[in-house]
Design a protein around this ligand. Structure first.
Ligand SMILES: [Zn+2]
Length: 458
């Protein structure tokens, strides 16, 4: 394969001033030289591929799947949101889970993976819900998907408890399902995720966190919490659980006992946006001094949909405090590790959107008011190298130069077109408009290129 007029963009090479002609054989660079085609061919861009650090594999497209209900495919049509509230989403998703079939889980999961790959994703952490209702089915299906897509995607499976593990009638049953599945499928699972905020009290939430840390250490897993998903003002009795996670990780000697390659990811954490500057700085200092491998993942599409709704009690009913982690500031101002992810598509938690990480990064320009050129590069990093660091997938992303013998497999290629062609008018000849070219991080993040222009080097 010959790639002409190529611009390299990476974590360490953001300017893309050199244009290269590259010959590739079996995914490796056979020859590289200064381009002789700058004037004659539209530019191509070579970039680190995209990553979903947090996406739910068993519940995409519950509200938007098009397969007609049948023996193998359940009917979800009665579960469309009526209020769009968080409680309704939890309830309707529980109802959906009771109807899961293997065919349905496989179809929706494979659609999510196929679309993600087309968008330029090569690695992801797939959350798979496990409890007394689902039993092993979502996990077994996820393991099959992981194997069938293994030549295209590095899939980490996160066994995920959305439901309580220490409260209610089924807490204990849920816990024993998670434990027995971890025992039976240890080699296929890379992460353990729980949702401490669904427990009935703070004490039970802390038990949930403590149990998850112990279990992750025992099975050699990454740890991943859905945490502090609210916008309530902190008080002495209502401190964000993020602080407790840090304390409990230290108390249980995560650094001493957990495998060095394993990370701890905290998702949502919208309540942190209500902290004062001094509390935020204290949090950042505590994390940095602890040396714990903690990464935050902002889930802005879900957060914007779920958080910050109006209440009838206020006299400004149209005002909205929209809460989502201010990810660029966590990175730039507080020195913490953070990234962003799609989380959900086509279900009651996030009915809208696509699984395109670049669309999410583009959204970030508006949501985070991050409109500079260096912000564009950081937002790309948030769905690429920063996301990969958060979930601990080993992938080279920081190329400074392309050298002979180097493997380019798994890199994202943007192939610009010379013209946009449109049907002609009365005289019949087609319209040929010179196409705009994507050549920099800002071009790609501000206005993501069509999926037809994207491919992964194989
Ligand atoms: Zn999630």
């Amino acid at each position: 394969m010959k790639l002409n007029n190529v611009i390299l963009l990476s974590e360490n090479s953001a300017l893309g001033t050199n244009r290269l002609d590259i010959d590739i054989e079996d995914g490796k660079v056979r020859r590289v030289r200064a381009s002789e085609h700058v004037a004659s061919e539209p530019p191509k861009v070579l970039l680190p591929a995209l990553c979903h650090p947090h996406i739910h594999l068993d519940k995409p497209f519950i509200l938007t799947c098009s397969n007609p209900p049948s023996e193998n495919y359940p009917d979800y049509s009665d579960l469309l949101p009526e209020t769009g509230s968080f409680e309704e989403a939890l309830l309707n998703t529980s109802k959906a889970k009771e109807r899961y079939s293997e065919e349905d889980l496989y179809l929706r999961g494979s659609q999510l993976l196929a679309e993600s790959y087309k968008y330029g994703v090569t690695s992801l952490r797939a959350f798979v819900e496990v409890d007394h209702v689902t039993g092993a089915l979502p996990l077994i299906t996820a393991i099959r998907l992981k194997s069938e897509f293994s030549h295209l995607l590095e899939i980490q499976i996160c066994v995920f408890a959305q439901d309580p593990l220490f409260s209610g009638t089924y807490g204990e049953a849920n816990r024993s399902v998670v434990t027995s599945l971890l025992k039976d499928h240890a080699r296929s699972v890379q992460a353990l995720g729980t949702t401490p905020y669904v427990e009935e009290s703070r004490e039970k939430s802390l038990q949930n966190i403590e149990w998850a840390i112990k279990t992750a250490v025992r099975y050699g897993l990454h740890l991943d919490f859905h945490l502090d998903y609210n916008l309530s003002q902190p008080s002495p009795s209502n401190q964000p659980l993020t602080f407790s996670v840090i304390e409990l990780l230290q108390k249980q000697d995560w650094l001493g006992l957990a495998d060095k390659s394993k990370t701890v990811v905290l998702g949502h954490c919208t309540q942190l946006t209500t902290l004062s500057n001094s509390d935020l700085e204290r949090l950042a200092r505590t994390i940095i001094e602890s040396r714990l491998p903690i990464h935050f993942v902002g889930l802005p599409t879900s957060d914007m949909f779920m958080m910050g709704r109006s209440t009838s009690a206020t006299n400004t009913p149209q005002a909205r405090l929209r809460g989502t982690l201010q990810v660029p500031s966590l990175i730039k101002d507080l020195g913490m590790s953070a990234c962003i992810s799609v989380n959900n598509v086509g279900n009651a938690f996030t009915p809208f959107g696509t699984s395109d990480p670049l669309q999410l990064a583009s959204w970030g320009v508006g949501v985070y008011q991050a409109g500079t050129i260096s912000d564009a590069m950081m937002l790309y990093g948030c769905v690429s190298w920063l996301a990969k660091k958060a979930i601990g997938v080993e992938q080279e992303t920081g190329y400074r130069a392309i050298v002979e013998g180097q493997s380019l497999q798994g890199m994202l290629l943007i192939s610009n077109k010379e013209h946009t062609r449109l049907p002609g008018g009365a005289n019949g000849s087609e319209l040929k408009i010179p196409a705009r070219q994507w050549t920099s991080f800002k071009d790609i993040v501000w206005d993501p290129p069509d999926v037809e222009l994207r491919s992964i080097i194989i």
